[in-house]
Design a protein around this ligand. Structure first.
Ligand SMILES: Cc1ncc(COP(=O)(O)O)c(C=O)c1O
Length: 404
């Protein structure tokens, strides 16, 4: 008789954004006149930049001609894109990453969910608390986390790294040595960043203890301050202990187009076994490549015109972030993030739980955000707003919140 993967039963409740969607739907049905502003899900609102659209059209035309038609893409990505990424994202920043260490994919979510497959089931995983849920849930599904403890809101075999106001929402080194360490900076959900010096401590720690860092840099394009690393490979020795994930979603508005990549340095080995060929094998077996036209669009992001256009979009969102941060501060909220990341992390007022605040904000301001507790117990009494709305809706949301 067939058996299900019982690890799935350990996953508590429904996916955070489905719960939010259900609550908003129910509220809308009961109050059809309410004009709801959504600053919850981290999805972009600006259209793709003209340079990217031109590249998509040109690539689509190529696909319609026998002499330039392309079928399956190379498993690891077209070299025109991998070379461009290696050069612009890494070599120009002084990181010695080459094109053959880059694996192009359809986005960072799949890669950071799938990467755990190349590691043994007995690895001990560490995550930040609060955390982007994919890192935890993908390890739950694989059977690496132990059971969920409803009293603590934590899985018994996972090491949680508290990210609190006291440590600026960046974790200190753990007391128990993890084998796999998920770090994400600039951070979703807190909007915090890690300085190069602090990230270097983590890299040194991982190299000293034989741990691997799984570094999610999906929001690096939003870094505005000096001294904040865009890549973990800006730290010395990171090629020996770290895998990095990147996404075009928030950098260039590809949430619907789908494109990302993962860097697995050739030097990176565990138990004397290189991880690069393992990930290549996994990628080649289970994945058939991002579409040609999307990879051409990705290449266009790095052109001079593409860079100038996406910089304008990022500046637009970061102006929203400024409006939200300042608006909330004026209204008396305690706020962080929003400077090097498109997320604003605020403390709920009057000791309200994250979900109580969610309900209150929806009912009284018709503004939707994301309850911090949805990202782990460390997010309780916090709330996340995103800068990805339109300017008009962002201004309107702040006006409503200030008038509460
Ligand atoms: C931290 C983090 N990593 C990865 C992703 C997913 O990116 P992609 O759209 O490339 O799958 C997101 C999306 O919200 C994210 O917040």
């Amino acid at each position: 008789m067939a058996k299900v993967n019982r690890n799935y039963r350990k996953l508590p409740g429904s996916y955070l954004f489905s719960t939010i969607g259900k609550k908003v739907r129910e509220y809308s049905e009961a109050h059809p006149e309410a004009e709801i502003i959504r600053l919850g899900i981290g999805d972009v609102t600006q259209p793709l930049a003209p340079k990217i659209i031109t590249a998509l059209h040109a690539a689509a035309d190529e696909m319609g001609r026998a002499e330039s038609f392309r079928g399956y893409a190379p498993d690891l990505g077209y070299s025109f894109l991998r070379e461009t990424i290696a050069n612009k994202d890494y070599q120009e920043r002084g990181c010695s990453i080459s094109a053959d260490e880059i694996f192009v994919s359809d986005g960072a979510k799949c890669d950071c969910g799938n990467i755990q497959e190349i590691f043994g089931i007995e690895n001990k995983v560490a995550v930040c608390d609060p955390v982007y849920p994919v890192y935890v849930d993908s390890n739950v599904m694989a059977g690496r986390t132990g059971d969920y403890d409803p009293d603590t809101g934590r899985f018994r075999d996972v090491i949680y790294l508290p990210c609190t106001e006291d440590n600026g929402f960046t974790p200190g080194l753990p007391w128990e040595v993890p084998d796999l360490i998920y770090l994400c900076f600039p951070n979703n959900p807190t909007g915090a960043v890690m300085t190069r010096a602090k990230l270097q401590q983590w890299v040194d720690y991982a190299n000293d203890h034989g741990s691997v860092i799984l570094y999610d840099a999906a929001y690096e394009a939003y870094i505005s301050e000096e001294g904040i690393p865009h890549s973990i490979y800006e730290c010395e020795g990171a090629e020996n202990c770290a895998i990095e994930f990147r996404s075009f979603s928030k950098t260039a508005g590809f949430t619907g187009l789908r494109l990302g990549f993962t860097v697995v340095p050739k030097k990176l080995a565990v138990e004397g076994e290189a991880l690069h060929p393992m990930w290549a094998r996994r990628h080649g077996t289970k994945y058939n490549g991002a579409p040609y036209i999307v990879q051409r669009a990705g290449e266009a992001v790095y052109s001079e015109e593409g860079q100038s256009q996406i910089r304008q979009q990022i500046a637009y969102y970061m102006e929203n972030a400024r409006i939200i941060s300042e608006g909330l501060k004026k209204a008396g909220y305690q706020v962080s993030g929003g400077v090097n990341a498109p997320y604003i992390w605020l403390r709920t007022p009057d000791g309200l739980t994250s979900w109580e605040f969610f309900d209150q904000l929806l009912a009284r301001a018709h503004v939707v955000g994301t309850p911090g507790s949805g990202f782990g117990p460390g997010g309780e009494h916090y709330f996340r707003l995103t800068a990805f709305g339109t300017r008009e809706s962002t201004l309107e949301a702040m006006e409503r919140i200030q008038n509460l």
